[in-house]
Design a protein around this ligand. Structure first.
Ligand code: SF4
Length: 210
């Protein structure tokens, strides 16, 4: 099967399996997704969701968070790990949002990447989830599943995986497919155990590069 056809089949089956997929980070404003995605580095989404209400109770907006002491942000976000660097990035990011972007989260890759602590993965998440633009979020699930299934061939570098997937995935499907990779990666094509191929909806088309 050509990679493009394989991608279409994977999209179709995962859509059936996980019809109501969505980002597992809680947020009700674009800037909060920026904060959460920074906190999610080397931390679970569930833990981030537990911690951010404490942060927003004290600092409910971009202005408040931009003015906050970095040490105080650090003391709140510490349970997410890497507290110092995450607090520093969040503080600098909120300052830039306030001072350069008029408190609006930008909608282009170029501008998003200028924000402290924002890499391609985070920028793609914002573009896809907030602005509904085509976006490939190459997190650990996306990279693992794309390789196992055979959508890419032994590519581990996130940007290279993103570029390879962009060539074979219809743009309008890209964002949701990445969320479904997370769903499937957690439930079936797991990282820490042998994947459950016997109960996988992709069993007959997956190349099983495990
Ligand atoms: S068949 Fe196995 S390796 Fe392939 S996606 Fe399913 S669980 Fe993962």
């Amino acid at each position: 099967m050509r990679k493009k056809d394989l991608a279409l089949a994977v999209i179709d089956r995962l859509k059936n399996e996980y019809p109501a997929t969505t980002c597992t980070l809680d947020y009700d404003d674009a800037w909060k997704l920026l904060v959460s995605v920074r906190l999610a580095a080397q931390c679970t989404d569930a833990r981030v969701n537990e911690i951010v209400p404490n942060l927003y109770e004290k600092y409910p907006g971009i202005n408040e968070l931009a003015d906050a002491d970095v040490e105080d942000i650090e003391s709140i976000v510490k349970p997410c790990g890497l507290g110092r660097s995450k607090a520093r990035d969040i503080s600098a990011c909120m300052k830039m949002l306030r001072d350069t972007y008029n408190c609006q989260v930008p909608d282009s890759m170029e501008e998003l990447l200028k924000l402290p602590g924002v890499g391609r993965k985070s920028a793609n998440l914002i573009m896809g989830d907030i602005y509904k633009k085509p976006a490939i979020v190459t997190d650990t699930h996306c990279i693992r599943l794309s390789n196992r299934i055979g959508l890419v061939d032994n590519i581990k570098e996130p940007k290279k995986v993103e570029m390879a997937l962009l060539k074979i995935i219809p743009p309008e499907e890209s964002n949701d497919l990445c969320h479904r990779f997370v769903d499937h990666g957690r439930a079936v094509c797991t990282a820490r155990t042998t994947p459950y191929c016997d109960r996988c909806v992709l069993n007959d088309i997956c190349r099983k590069n495990i």
